[in-house]
Design a protein. Sequence first.
Length: 212
Amino acid sequence: MVSTDRLVAFAAMSFLLIVIPGPSVLFVIGRALAQGRRAALTSVVGNALGAYVLIVAVALGIGSIVERSVLVFTVLKLAGAAYLVYLGVKAWRARGSLRAAFADGGPTHGGLRTLWEGFAVGVSNPKTIVFFAAVLPQFVDRGQGHVAVQMLVLGLVFDVIALTSDTVWGLVASTARDWFARSPQRLAAVGGAGGLAMIGLGVAVAATGRKD
């Protein structure tokens, strides 16, 4: 089973990635502002379900290949790190675009549709895909065996943190929409800080990992 130190380290890195505003956070914020608190929380649940589908895919599919091949692991890790840096640079350059989420005033959808939209965002989030494929295998203790089970457990930790964080974003957006809407500078600061944090995470991913 996953050791406590690996679990804590993975939870810390997961938290760093999750709190950075990305596609999932923007979607939840948009639903909170356009449709209210209930739609935001429904989106959060759908998002978490979509993310766990990615976890299962990694655990039962490419995870075993990555676990057996240092070359595949290294290539995937570096590709993932480069993409995280790319996303960070893109977020920094487009940091003013967070305002679009607060201007979204689309029509209200039913609960199932909102849940499905959240699922679609979660399962297609490039930031999450890269994290699971390139970072998750680093925290598996191969000597303990049951690699897929370890990945599922670690993925569950990620999903719980994401569920909590996205819920907070949704609740804050739904209760403080006027305060945010009055200051585009506040939104730009959130986007800029998120971009820089994502760049730092990409560098950290590239610099750490297996040595065997």
